[in-house]
Design a protein around this ligand. Structure first.
Ligand code: RP5
Length: 330
């Protein structure tokens, strides 16, 4: 089995020289993000993005939707720059992906992907800067995951998503804002869905279709997953859509843009997202509609924003930023 870790430093140097960029094992020339729990720094388009962040969910022992175990990767071996000749990641791409649905790439060698570029209508650029290609395959900028191939993800390299965080004030039966007993700060609620694939609560995000604008994805995914717009009658759909369009036309607060610590990530394919908060200040926008789970959501609910929540991937971090920016209970 192949390994990407042998002579890693030499490989990185070769990859960077092909890009015409300098390499330093330190921070020079490398765009870094301090932590998933911190705001990503802006990377210039000529920087190569590598991170020392130890993604956690992307190293979950058993790959989602399968009985395939990842090669265990300890914290100190996540970084590709750490030489680790003993690294033998298992190769797994889900049968659904290998069947070549429209949303998935063919295998490497079967097509000419333009990595780090807008490749026709498929955006293969990372929000975090340039990523490395080794043996024709993109390398996860957050390091080893214990699994090569694409797993459940369709695209080699970044798989782009968008996460709409729809919030409202928590109110009591008289319509007054509720303040948390300890922090004394007003409480927010957000629309959360219970994912059908893993049963975890999550922000109702979804994949950006080729050529689609992020703003379109945010509104479409919220409509499909939380308002079940696909199933509603025409008159109800029109009413819901009007309110949703108005809310999503308001200025959203972008709280995150970058890598997602998603359990589906692999060494060669990973999730990235743009998370945007749309706040129903008066409570008479979408807050008035009964939520209805649709598409790939099992349940949908308004949930209190609180640091003790257990959410999918690193969605809790997105909410933390919302709470801090709006000076509400966390
Ligand atoms: C996460 O997966 C993103 O943050 C987004 O919430 C979600 C998109 O994937 P699907 O829900 O379409 O599977 O990484």
């Amino acid at each position: 089995m192949k390994t990407v870790s042998r002579n890693w430093v030499a490989s990185v140097q070769v990859a960077l020289s092909l890009l015409g960029l300098p390499y330093s094992a330190g921070t020079s020339g490398i765009c870094r993000k301090n932590a998933i729990n911190s705001t990503p720094s802006l990377c210039s388009s000529t920087s190569v993005y590598m991170s020392t962040v130890a993604h956690i969910k992307a190293r979950c022992p058993v790959y989602p939707g399968s009985d395939t175990s990842r090669f265990p990767v300890p914290d100190d071996k996540v970084d590709w720059k750490t030489d680790w000749p003993q690294y033998y990641p298992v190769n797994y791409t889900a049968p659904t992906v290998l069947k070549k649905p429209v949303w998935a790439d063919p295998e490497i060698g079967e097509f000419p992907p333009q990595f780090n570029s807008l490749d026709g209508s498929v955006d293969r650029r990372s929000h975090d800067g340039l990523y490395l290609i080794l043996n024709g395959k993109p390398l996860n900028p957050h390091g080893r995951t214990g699994l090569e191939g694409r797993g459940l993800l369709g695209r080699w390299g970044p798989n782009h998503a968008a996460d709409p965080i729809v919030t409202r004030w928590k109110r009591d039966s008289e319509g007054q804002r509720v303040h948390h007993t300890t922090s004394q700060l007003p409480m927010l609620q957000f629309v959360s869905i219970k994912r059908l694939d893993c049963g975890e609560w999550a922000i109702p995000g979804g994949m950006v279709d080729p050529g689609e604008r992020i703003s379109q994805t945010l509104q479409r995914e919220f409509s499909e997953e939380a308002m079940n717009s696909l199933q509603a009658s025409a008159s109800v759909t029109e009413n819901i859509q009007k309110r949703i369009t108005k809310l999503f036309s308001s200025e959203g607060l972008q709280v995150y843009k970058g890598y997602v610590d998603d359990p589906r990530n692999t060494d060669n394919a990973w999730m990235e997202t743009v998370a945007v908060n749309f706040h129903d200040e008066s409570g008479n926008s979408v807050s008035e509609f009964p939520l209805q789970a649709g598409d790939d959501a099992g349940q949908v609910s308004w949930i209190d924003v609180d640091s003790s929540l257990d959410l999918y991937a690193n969605h809790l971090h997105f909410l933390e930023t919302v709470a801090k920016e709006r000076n509400t209970h966390w």
